[in-house]
Design a protein around this ligand. Sequence first.
Ligand code: 2P0
Length: 376
Amino acid sequence: EMPQPVALQATAQANANIALVKYWGKADDELIIPNASSLSLTIDGLGTTTQVTFHADGAVQDGSARVDAESTSRPMPQEQGLCGDGHESSQDSDTLIIDGRQHSGKALHRVSDLLDRIRELSGLHAPATVISRNTVPYAAGLASSASAFAALAAAGSRAAGLNLDPKDLSRLARRGSGSASRSIYSGLAVWHAGHDDVSSYAEPVSTIMEDAAEGAVAEDFGMNLAMVVILISNRKKSLSSRVAMRRSVQTSPLYQAWIESCGRDLHQALAAIGHADVEALGAIAESNSYGMHATMMTAQPPVVYWQPATVEALHAVEELRAEGIGAWSTMDAGPNVKVLTASKDAVRVCESLRERLPELDIRVHEAGKGVRILDR
Ligand code: 2P0
Protein backbone atom coordinates (compact mmCIF):
# COMPACT_ATOMS: atom_id res chain seq x y z
CA GLU A 1 0.00 0.00 0.00
CA MET A 2 3.05 2.27 -0.32
CA PRO A 3 2.31 5.02 -2.85
CA GLN A 4 4.08 4.34 -6.14
CA PRO A 5 6.91 6.87 -6.60
CA VAL A 6 6.41 9.10 -9.63
CA ALA A 7 9.58 10.02 -11.49
CA LEU A 8 9.48 13.64 -12.52
CA GLN A 9 12.47 13.86 -14.76
CA ALA A 10 14.06 16.08 -17.39
CA THR A 11 17.48 16.49 -18.97
CA ALA A 12 18.91 19.75 -20.29
CA GLN A 13 22.08 20.78 -22.07
CA ALA A 14 23.64 24.23 -21.74
CA ASN A 15 26.80 25.82 -23.10
CA ALA A 16 29.31 28.07 -21.41
CA ASN A 17 29.49 31.75 -22.25
CA ILE A 18 32.42 34.14 -22.32
CA ALA A 19 31.71 37.72 -21.30
CA LEU A 20 32.85 40.55 -23.57
CA VAL A 21 31.69 43.11 -21.02
CA LYS A 22 32.24 41.37 -17.70
CA TYR A 23 30.08 40.86 -14.65
CA TRP A 24 32.28 41.53 -11.66
CA GLY A 25 30.60 42.43 -8.40
CA LYS A 26 27.18 42.19 -6.85
CA ALA A 27 24.79 44.80 -5.53
CA ASP A 28 22.84 42.00 -3.79
CA ASP A 29 24.67 38.81 -2.77
CA GLU A 30 21.49 36.95 -1.89
CA LEU A 31 19.51 37.55 -5.08
CA ILE A 32 22.64 37.82 -7.25
CA ILE A 33 21.93 41.28 -8.63
CA PRO A 34 25.06 42.64 -10.33
CA ASN A 35 26.43 46.17 -10.11
CA ALA A 36 26.51 46.47 -13.89
CA SER A 37 24.98 44.90 -16.97
CA SER A 38 27.15 42.49 -18.96
CA LEU A 39 27.45 41.09 -22.50
CA SER A 40 28.55 37.60 -23.50
CA LEU A 41 28.99 35.12 -26.32
CA THR A 42 27.69 31.60 -25.73
CA ILE A 43 30.20 29.13 -27.18
CA ASP A 44 29.96 25.53 -28.28
CA GLY A 45 32.01 22.60 -26.98
CA LEU A 46 32.17 23.64 -23.32
CA GLY A 47 28.90 22.66 -21.78
CA THR A 48 26.99 20.75 -19.17
CA THR A 49 24.30 18.10 -19.51
CA THR A 50 22.16 17.70 -16.42
CA GLN A 51 19.37 15.32 -15.54
CA VAL A 52 17.07 16.19 -12.65
CA THR A 53 14.70 13.68 -11.09
CA PHE A 54 12.29 14.64 -8.33
CA HIS A 55 11.32 11.72 -6.15
CA ALA A 56 7.70 12.52 -5.48
CA ASP A 57 5.23 10.06 -3.97
CA GLY A 58 2.83 11.23 -6.64
CA ALA A 59 2.18 14.32 -4.52
CA VAL A 60 1.99 17.86 -5.75
CA GLN A 61 1.15 19.75 -2.64
CA ASP A 62 -0.53 22.91 -3.79
CA GLY A 63 -1.51 21.70 -7.21
CA SER A 64 0.16 24.55 -9.09
CA ALA A 65 2.53 22.30 -11.01
CA ARG A 66 1.48 20.72 -14.27
CA VAL A 67 2.90 17.30 -13.80
CA ASP A 68 3.70 15.41 -16.95
CA ALA A 69 2.59 11.83 -16.40
CA GLU A 70 4.85 10.69 -19.22
CA SER A 71 8.02 11.80 -17.50
CA THR A 72 8.90 8.37 -16.34
CA SER A 73 12.42 7.42 -15.57
CA ARG A 74 14.93 7.31 -18.39
CA PRO A 75 18.26 6.66 -16.78
CA MET A 76 21.35 8.53 -17.93
CA PRO A 77 24.14 6.37 -19.28
CA GLN A 78 25.68 4.63 -16.31
CA GLU A 79 27.78 7.01 -14.22
CA GLN A 80 30.75 4.86 -13.27
CA GLY A 81 28.94 2.86 -10.64
CA LEU A 82 27.81 5.81 -8.58
CA CYS A 83 24.22 5.53 -9.69
CA GLY A 84 24.03 2.18 -7.99
CA ASP A 85 22.35 1.09 -4.86
CA GLY A 86 23.95 3.52 -2.43
CA HIS A 87 21.72 6.54 -2.14
CA GLU A 88 18.31 5.71 -3.56
CA SER A 89 17.02 5.10 -0.06
CA SER A 90 17.99 8.47 1.40
CA GLN A 91 15.54 10.64 -0.47
CA ASP A 92 14.83 13.14 2.24
CA SER A 93 17.62 15.27 0.83
CA ASP A 94 19.00 16.02 -2.61
CA THR A 95 21.75 14.01 -4.27
CA LEU A 96 24.34 15.55 -6.58
CA ILE A 97 26.60 13.63 -8.94
CA ILE A 98 29.02 15.58 -11.13
CA ASP A 99 31.09 13.71 -13.70
CA GLY A 100 30.46 10.45 -11.91
CA ARG A 101 31.42 11.67 -8.46
CA GLN A 102 28.96 12.31 -5.67
CA HIS A 103 29.22 15.75 -4.08
CA SER A 104 28.16 17.05 -0.69
CA GLY A 105 29.04 20.23 1.17
CA LYS A 106 29.12 23.57 -0.61
CA ALA A 107 28.40 22.28 -4.14
CA LEU A 108 25.33 20.35 -3.00
CA HIS A 109 24.19 23.30 -0.91
CA ARG A 110 24.23 25.62 -3.95
CA VAL A 111 22.33 23.10 -6.04
CA SER A 112 19.77 22.49 -3.27
CA ASP A 113 19.22 26.25 -2.95
CA LEU A 114 18.25 26.45 -6.61
CA LEU A 115 16.10 23.32 -6.30
CA ASP A 116 14.37 24.96 -3.32
CA ARG A 117 13.52 27.89 -5.57
CA ILE A 118 12.08 25.45 -8.13
CA ARG A 119 10.11 23.63 -5.39
CA GLU A 120 8.76 26.99 -4.25
CA LEU A 121 7.68 27.93 -7.79
CA SER A 122 6.14 24.56 -8.60
CA GLY A 123 4.65 23.56 -5.28
CA LEU A 124 6.43 20.24 -5.66
CA HIS A 125 7.99 19.29 -2.36
CA ALA A 126 10.25 16.38 -3.09
CA PRO A 127 13.95 15.61 -2.92
CA ALA A 128 15.83 15.41 -6.19
CA THR A 129 18.73 13.58 -7.76
CA VAL A 130 20.90 15.70 -10.02
CA ILE A 131 23.28 13.95 -12.41
CA SER A 132 25.51 16.33 -14.26
CA ARG A 133 28.21 15.84 -16.86
CA ASN A 134 30.53 18.47 -18.18
CA THR A 135 31.08 18.08 -21.90
CA VAL A 136 34.59 19.45 -21.84
CA PRO A 137 36.83 18.17 -24.62
CA TYR A 138 39.95 18.77 -22.58
CA ALA A 139 40.60 18.46 -18.88
CA ALA A 140 38.66 20.99 -16.80
CA GLY A 141 40.03 24.45 -16.05
CA LEU A 142 37.15 25.74 -18.13
CA ALA A 143 34.28 24.02 -16.36
CA SER A 144 31.82 26.79 -15.91
CA SER A 145 29.15 27.54 -13.37
CA ALA A 146 27.31 29.30 -16.21
CA SER A 147 26.55 26.13 -18.18
CA ALA A 148 26.03 24.15 -14.97
CA PHE A 149 23.35 26.39 -13.49
CA ALA A 150 21.67 27.12 -16.82
CA ALA A 151 21.28 23.37 -17.39
CA LEU A 152 20.14 22.82 -13.80
CA ALA A 153 17.54 25.59 -14.00
CA ALA A 154 16.16 24.25 -17.28
CA ALA A 155 16.13 20.56 -16.33
CA GLY A 156 14.92 21.22 -12.78
CA SER A 157 12.08 23.52 -13.73
CA ARG A 158 10.93 21.17 -16.49
CA ALA A 159 11.17 18.10 -14.23
CA ALA A 160 9.00 19.93 -11.69
CA GLY A 161 6.36 20.53 -14.35
CA LEU A 162 7.09 24.22 -14.87
CA ASN A 163 7.24 25.67 -18.35
CA LEU A 164 9.19 28.89 -17.87
CA ASP A 165 9.71 31.36 -20.69
CA PRO A 166 13.34 32.27 -21.48
CA LYS A 167 13.26 35.42 -19.38
CA ASP A 168 12.00 33.64 -16.27
CA LEU A 169 14.42 30.79 -16.91
CA SER A 170 17.21 33.35 -17.10
CA ARG A 171 16.10 34.84 -13.77
CA LEU A 172 16.02 31.39 -12.21
CA ALA A 173 19.47 30.46 -13.55
CA ARG A 174 20.79 33.77 -12.20
CA ARG A 175 19.91 32.64 -8.67
CA GLY A 176 22.34 29.76 -9.08
CA SER A 177 25.15 31.73 -10.66
CA GLY A 178 25.06 35.20 -12.19
CA SER A 179 26.72 34.29 -15.47
CA ALA A 180 24.25 31.39 -15.94
CA SER A 181 21.53 33.95 -16.73
CA ARG A 182 23.27 34.52 -20.08
CA SER A 183 23.76 30.86 -21.05
CA ILE A 184 20.02 30.50 -21.67
CA TYR A 185 20.60 32.06 -25.10
CA SER A 186 22.61 31.28 -28.20
CA GLY A 187 25.19 33.73 -29.43
CA LEU A 188 25.33 37.20 -27.91
CA ALA A 189 23.30 38.00 -24.80
CA VAL A 190 23.00 40.94 -22.44
CA TRP A 191 22.28 40.49 -18.73
CA HIS A 192 20.43 43.59 -17.63
CA ALA A 193 21.63 44.37 -14.12
CA GLY A 194 18.19 45.53 -12.99
CA HIS A 195 17.51 46.31 -9.35
CA ASP A 196 15.54 43.35 -8.05
CA ASP A 197 14.66 39.72 -8.79
CA VAL A 198 12.18 40.66 -11.51
CA SER A 199 14.27 43.22 -13.38
CA SER A 200 17.58 41.33 -13.42
CA TYR A 201 17.59 38.94 -16.40
CA ALA A 202 19.35 38.31 -19.69
CA GLU A 203 18.03 38.50 -23.21
CA PRO A 204 19.49 37.97 -26.68
CA VAL A 205 21.23 40.91 -28.28
CA SER A 206 19.06 40.36 -31.35
CA THR A 207 15.99 41.22 -29.26
CA ILE A 208 17.58 44.44 -28.06
CA MET A 209 18.58 45.33 -31.62
CA GLU A 210 15.09 44.59 -32.91
CA ASP A 211 13.60 46.82 -30.25
CA ALA A 212 16.05 49.60 -31.07
CA ALA A 213 15.36 49.25 -34.79
CA GLU A 214 11.63 49.09 -34.11
CA GLY A 215 10.96 45.70 -35.60
CA ALA A 216 13.60 45.55 -38.30
CA VAL A 217 14.57 41.98 -39.06
CA ALA A 218 17.43 40.99 -36.79
CA GLU A 219 20.24 38.71 -37.77
CA ASP A 220 21.79 36.35 -35.31
CA PHE A 221 24.75 38.62 -34.76
CA GLY A 222 26.57 36.17 -32.51
CA MET A 223 27.05 33.58 -35.21
CA ASN A 224 29.79 35.59 -36.87
CA LEU A 225 32.07 35.38 -33.88
CA ALA A 226 34.25 32.67 -32.40
CA MET A 227 36.47 32.20 -29.37
CA VAL A 228 39.87 30.59 -29.56
CA VAL A 229 40.57 29.20 -26.11
CA ILE A 230 44.17 28.95 -24.90
CA LEU A 231 44.32 26.48 -22.03
CA ILE A 232 46.96 27.61 -19.56
CA SER A 233 45.98 25.45 -16.63
CA ASN A 234 43.33 22.89 -15.83
CA ARG A 235 43.81 23.09 -12.09
CA LYS A 236 40.94 24.20 -9.88
CA LYS A 237 41.27 27.89 -9.17
CA SER A 238 42.64 28.96 -5.82
CA LEU A 239 39.92 31.50 -5.14
CA SER A 240 36.32 31.34 -6.34
CA SER A 241 35.06 34.19 -8.47
CA ARG A 242 32.36 34.72 -5.87
CA VAL A 243 34.91 35.53 -3.17
CA ALA A 244 37.23 37.38 -5.54
CA MET A 245 34.51 39.69 -6.81
CA ARG A 246 33.27 40.45 -3.31
CA ARG A 247 36.80 41.38 -2.29
CA SER A 248 37.12 43.63 -5.36
CA VAL A 249 33.86 45.40 -4.49
CA GLN A 250 34.88 45.91 -0.89
CA THR A 251 38.53 46.88 -1.19
CA SER A 252 39.64 47.93 -4.69
CA PRO A 253 40.09 51.71 -5.08
CA LEU A 254 39.41 51.17 -8.79
CA TYR A 255 36.04 49.53 -8.31
CA GLN A 256 33.80 52.55 -8.85
CA ALA A 257 35.67 53.49 -12.03
CA TRP A 258 35.31 49.87 -13.21
CA ILE A 259 31.54 49.95 -12.85
CA GLU A 260 31.34 53.25 -14.72
CA SER A 261 33.50 51.83 -17.51
CA CYS A 262 31.18 48.83 -17.85
CA GLY A 263 28.26 51.14 -18.64
CA ARG A 264 30.24 52.88 -21.37
CA ASP A 265 31.66 49.62 -22.69
CA LEU A 266 28.25 47.98 -23.02
CA HIS A 267 26.83 50.99 -24.82
CA GLN A 268 29.73 51.05 -27.28
CA ALA A 269 29.79 47.27 -27.68
CA LEU A 270 26.12 47.24 -28.71
CA ALA A 271 26.82 50.01 -31.21
CA ALA A 272 29.74 47.99 -32.59
CA ILE A 273 27.54 44.91 -32.90
CA GLY A 274 24.92 47.00 -34.68
CA HIS A 275 27.55 48.01 -37.23
CA ALA A 276 28.99 44.47 -37.42
CA ASP A 277 32.29 46.08 -36.40
CA VAL A 278 34.31 43.19 -34.98
CA GLU A 279 37.38 45.36 -34.55
CA ALA A 280 35.59 47.85 -32.32
CA LEU A 281 33.88 45.08 -30.35
CA GLY A 282 37.19 43.26 -29.85
CA ALA A 283 38.96 46.38 -28.62
CA ILE A 284 36.18 47.04 -26.09
CA ALA A 285 36.18 43.42 -24.88
CA GLU A 286 39.95 43.33 -24.41
CA SER A 287 40.04 46.61 -22.53
CA ASN A 288 37.09 45.59 -20.35
CA SER A 289 38.82 42.35 -19.38
CA TYR A 290 42.00 44.16 -18.36
CA GLY A 291 39.88 46.59 -16.36
CA MET A 292 38.26 43.75 -14.42
CA HIS A 293 41.64 42.20 -13.64
CA ALA A 294 42.89 45.62 -12.51
CA THR A 295 40.15 45.70 -9.85
CA MET A 296 41.23 42.24 -8.65
CA MET A 297 44.92 43.06 -8.58
CA THR A 298 44.24 46.21 -6.56
CA ALA A 299 42.02 44.41 -4.04
CA GLN A 300 43.35 43.67 -0.56
CA PRO A 301 44.73 41.09 -0.46
CA PRO A 302 45.29 41.13 -4.24
CA VAL A 303 43.79 38.49 -6.49
CA VAL A 304 46.17 37.49 -9.29
CA TYR A 305 44.93 34.64 -11.48
CA TRP A 306 47.67 35.16 -14.06
CA GLN A 307 50.51 32.73 -14.59
CA PRO A 308 53.67 33.23 -16.65
CA ALA A 309 52.10 31.48 -19.65
CA THR A 310 49.10 33.81 -19.36
CA VAL A 311 51.33 36.80 -20.06
CA GLU A 312 52.98 34.98 -22.98
CA ALA A 313 49.55 34.27 -24.44
CA LEU A 314 48.41 37.87 -24.02
CA HIS A 315 51.55 39.06 -25.82
CA ALA A 316 51.01 36.53 -28.59
CA VAL A 317 47.56 37.99 -29.22
CA GLU A 318 49.11 41.45 -29.46
CA GLU A 319 51.62 40.12 -31.99
CA LEU A 320 48.84 38.70 -34.11
CA ARG A 321 47.14 42.05 -34.19
CA ALA A 322 50.40 43.78 -35.09
CA GLU A 323 50.42 41.49 -38.13
CA GLY A 324 46.96 42.62 -39.06
CA ILE A 325 45.04 39.60 -37.76
CA GLY A 326 41.82 40.46 -35.94
CA ALA A 327 42.19 38.83 -32.51
CA TRP A 328 41.44 40.22 -29.06
CA SER A 329 42.10 38.68 -25.66
CA THR A 330 39.74 38.28 -22.75
CA MET A 331 40.16 36.49 -19.42
CA ASP A 332 37.89 35.37 -16.62
CA ALA A 333 38.52 34.31 -13.04
CA GLY A 334 41.43 32.04 -13.92
CA PRO A 335 44.68 31.92 -15.89
CA ASN A 336 43.21 30.83 -19.25
CA VAL A 337 43.14 33.24 -22.19
CA LYS A 338 40.24 33.40 -24.63
CA VAL A 339 40.63 35.10 -27.96
CA LEU A 340 37.71 36.77 -29.67
CA THR A 341 37.81 36.69 -33.44
CA ALA A 342 35.57 36.72 -36.48
CA SER A 343 34.44 33.20 -37.23
CA LYS A 344 36.05 33.33 -40.68
CA ASP A 345 39.46 34.09 -39.08
CA ALA A 346 39.24 31.55 -36.27
CA VAL A 347 41.29 28.75 -37.83
CA ARG A 348 44.03 31.14 -38.88
CA VAL A 349 44.11 32.70 -35.40
CA CYS A 350 44.25 29.28 -33.82
CA GLU A 351 47.12 28.15 -36.07
CA SER A 352 49.12 31.34 -35.53
CA LEU A 353 48.70 31.00 -31.78
CA ARG A 354 49.75 27.34 -31.86
CA GLU A 355 52.94 28.33 -33.71
CA ARG A 356 53.77 30.92 -31.08
CA LEU A 357 52.69 28.85 -28.08
CA PRO A 358 53.56 25.28 -29.06
CA GLU A 359 53.29 23.96 -25.50
CA LEU A 360 49.68 24.96 -25.03
CA ASP A 361 46.35 23.37 -25.88
CA ILE A 362 44.55 25.83 -28.16
CA ARG A 363 41.13 25.23 -29.70
CA VAL A 364 38.42 27.01 -31.64
CA HIS A 365 34.94 27.34 -30.17
CA GLU A 366 32.24 28.70 -32.43
CA ALA A 367 29.20 30.55 -31.13
CA GLY A 368 26.98 28.04 -29.38
CA LYS A 369 23.34 27.22 -28.85
CA GLY A 370 21.24 28.27 -25.91
CA VAL A 371 19.98 25.88 -23.26
CA ARG A 372 17.68 23.12 -24.46
CA ILE A 373 15.71 20.23 -23.05
CA LEU A 374 16.91 16.94 -24.49
CA ASP A 375 14.32 14.51 -25.75
CA ARG A 376 13.34 11.74 -23.50
C1 2P0 B 1 31.55 36.95 -16.32
N1 2P0 B 1 32.70 35.90 -14.43
O1 2P0 B 1 30.90 37.96 -16.66
C2 2P0 B 1 32.50 37.09 -15.16
C3 2P0 B 1 33.86 37.49 -15.59
C4 2P0 B 1 34.08 35.56 -14.25
C5 2P0 B 1 34.81 36.74 -14.73
O2 2P0 B 1 30.56 35.59 -14.08
O3 2P0 B 1 28.89 34.46 -7.76
O4 2P0 B 1 30.37 32.17 -11.31
O5 2P0 B 1 27.97 32.57 -9.09
O6 2P0 B 1 27.27 34.91 -9.58
O7 2P0 B 1 28.75 33.78 -12.38
C6 2P0 B 1 31.93 34.19 -12.89
O8 2P0 B 1 31.11 34.46 -11.82
O9 2P0 B 1 29.58 34.20 -10.05
C7 2P0 B 1 31.69 35.26 -13.83
P1 2P0 B 1 28.36 34.03 -9.08
P2 2P0 B 1 29.86 33.55 -11.44
O10 2P0 B 1 31.47 35.88 -16.95
